[in-house]
Design a protein around this ligand. Structure first.
Ligand SMILES: Nc1nc2c(c(=O)[nH]1)N[C@H]1C(S)=C(S)[C@@H](COP(=O)(O)O)O[C@H]1N2
Ligand SMILES: [Mo]
Length: 300
């Protein structure tokens, strides 16, 4: 099955929500939308159709709150998300404990509609709200020796049943190469569908790297470190043969226990059912150059 989704949504053409919501009218003819130009109508027809708020916030992975898909929605409301501060340390000009609001101050929150592909071979389309990670990193000042960025999730044992039972090692940690972190598609998201981030989705702020498997998109971040060496990443620690540091979505490199060639699209939208997985999750044109000359079977 082939996609007819628009290849990418960048800052310039993130689909305005009214176009998405008016999609049926658009398809019935631009007449229904008054001022809409022909070009905008064509774009709207190609736009990704986001999953509903309900779908995105009721089917989650957040092992701190249990390993079931419905556990995070059931358990995460007890997580304390305010006040929230993020420790920024390592190879930065301005290290410190930043209040979340100070880190975001002066930056514009924008909507980005991205495909989201879990390594378990299910997918959604999510309208995130947030900022580019690059803008935050620029704000704190990255030293020239920095080559990687490491992230760490909050640990609140009193309210995190997965932490109490030690289902995996905590804190959950992740990392990116600096060029991946600085890429304009990489964001720190603070909401979905224009609403504050639900706790189960990683409130109050979580990473979104749309061309990588979902586990790279670490939730509820309390620490960002700039480093010279590749940092540890939780699933890579647990099972390095199955989960690499890069974890780029790649339909030609199967998981040792299942195919990555297709995915089950969650929800009842236009693309419900099983669909082909795209190289770099559909963001090949934007990110392939980051991996030029690398053997993606070796660096999975
Ligand atoms: N701290 C933390 N972050 C996490 C996880 C987790 O268990 N703990 N799960 C990851 C996985 S496997 C996926 S698929 C996504 C799921 O994000 P979503 O629930 O918003 O869809 O979060 C990622 N980030
Ligand atoms: Mo995942």
């Amino acid at each position: 099955m082939a996609y007819r989704w628009k290849n990418d949504l960048t800052r310039a053409d993130a689909t305005p929500r009214n176009l998405i919501l008016n999609r049926r009218q658009v398809m019935a003819g631009a007449a229904g939308l008054g001022a809409l130009t022909a070009a905008a109508a064509a774009r709207a027809q190609d736009a990704l159709e986001p999953n509903t708020f309900e779908e995105i916030s009721s089917y989650n992975n957040f092992y701190e709150f249990g390993t079931g898909k419905e556990d995070p929605a059931a358990n995460a409301s007890a997580m304390v998300t305010s006040p929230w501060s993020i420790k920024v340390d390592g190879l930065v000009d301005k290290p410190g404990d930043y209040a979340l609001a100070d880190l975001l101050d002066g930056l514009t929150t924008e909507e980005r509609i991205y495909r989201f592909r879990c390594v378990e071979a299910w997918s959604m389309v999510v309208p995130w709200n947030g900022v580019e990670l690059a803008d935050i990193l620029t704000k704190v000042g990255v030293k020239p020796e920095a080559k990687y960025v490491a992230f760490e999730t909050t640990v609140q044992p009193d309210v995190m049943i997965g932490v109490q039972y030690k289902v995996i090692p905590f804190p959950y940690v992740e990392g990116l190469r600096l060029d991946e972190a600085m890429h304009p598609l990489t964001m720190l998201a603070t909401g979905i569908w224009g609403q504050p981030m639900p706790n189960q989705n990683g409130a109050p702020i979580r990473l979104v790297v749309p061309w990588k498997y979902g586990f790279k998109s670490i939730k509820s971040i309390v620490r960002i470190s700039l480093l010279a060496e590749e940092p540890p990443a939780t699933w890579n620690i647990i099972n390095p043969r199955e989960y690499g540091f890069y974890s780029n979505v790649n339909p030609t490199v199967d998981h040792p226990r299942w195919s990555q060639g297709s995915e089950r699209h969650i929800g009842g939208g236009l693309f419900a059912g099983r669909i082909d997985t795209l190289m770099f999750n559909g963001y090949e044109a934007e990110v392939a150059s980051l991996y030029e000359g690398m053997d993606l079977k070796q660096f999975y």
